[in-house]
Ligand binder design. Structure first.
Ligand code: 6PG
Length: 257
């Protein structure tokens, strides 16, 4: 008998624009933070990089939202990072620092950044150790984030899991160093077992440029894009999508058994 019946709730929430998408995602963040802190004394989140979540991070830093969040019990991790210094323009950490961290009071020990400045494999090993130290109690011995945010690339990549990447087949490592040929760049990324073990996964997708890939991913038999492999083993999956990216996709809530 399976230990856990893999029940996945998937919801699609179509939003007028990035402002509405960010507000709805911020409300979800606050609700989940309260639940997790009440239940377990802490809220563990893996943040997404890219440009779409920046407005969400800025909103969380506003008095209206920050006052609803007990940052002493919130731990911020990263789903992926570019292998650059933390003050580099390409750094996801820098983006989050400018939009959120520099505007709130959060204990420095609660911010768990990926060391993009290190040699990629060494950085992956260091972050894996940090995850293991933080999530010791997980039954499946896999970190279980309360919330994990993801974006979607026009090529179907998510986090730094790109089409054709060997990291897509990773079953042991929690964090993988990646070389992205087409970007001629090194990246660090959480692997699929960790991502799919999250209690709540939320995609933030905006912009007309994403309409084609969104259409493909929601097709009855989607191509095997990395983003199509995001299927929480025991959790919820929410797609926050702006109208211009959603095309004729409508709001929906389905239970996938
Ligand atoms: C990164 C991300 C990546 C991103 C997508 C979408 O570090 O770049 O984690 O997966 O979410 O590329 O990026 P945009 O939101 O900028 O379109």
């Amino acid at each position: 008998m399976a230990l856990f019946s893999p029940v996945t709730e998937r919801e699609i929430i179509i939003c007028r624009d990035v402002a509405e998408l960010s507000r709805k995602a911020a409300e979800q963040f606050v609700a989940l933070a309260r639940q997790a802190i009440a239940a377990r004394g802490r809220f563990a989140v893996a943040l997404s990089g890219g440009s779409t979540p920046k407005a969400l991070y800025s909103l969380l830093a506003t008095a209206a939202f920050s006052a609803q969040l007990d940052w002493r019990h919130i731990h911020l991790f990263f789903g992926d990072e570019r292998c650059v210094a933390p003050d580099h323009a390409e750094s996801n950490y820098r983006m989050v620092k400018e939009a959120l961290l520099s505007k709130i009071h959060i204990p420095s020990g609660n911010v768990h950044r990926m060391a993009g400045e290190l040699e990629p494999l060494a950085a992956a090993v260091v972050y894996e150790r940090e995850l293991k130290q933080f999530f010791l109690q997980s039954e499946t011995n896999l970190p279980r984030f309360d919330l994990l945010l993801l974006g979607l690339g026009e090529d179907g990549h998510t986090a730094s899991l790109f089409p054709g990447s060997s990291a897509l087949h990773e079953t042991k490592r929690l964090v993988a160093p990646i070389y992205v040929e087409k970007l001629a760049a090194h990246r660090l990324t959480l692997t699929l077992p960790v991502i799919n073990n999250a209690a709540q996964i939320s995609f933030l997708i905006a912009g007309k440029s994403k309409a084609a890939i969104v259409k493909e991913i929601f097709a009855p038999a989607p191509p095997d894009y990395p983003a199509a492999r995001i299927q929480p083993a025991r959790g919820q999956l929410t797609w926050f999508i702006t109208q211009d990216a959603a095309g004729d996709l409508g709001d929906s809530q389905t239970t996938l058994e």
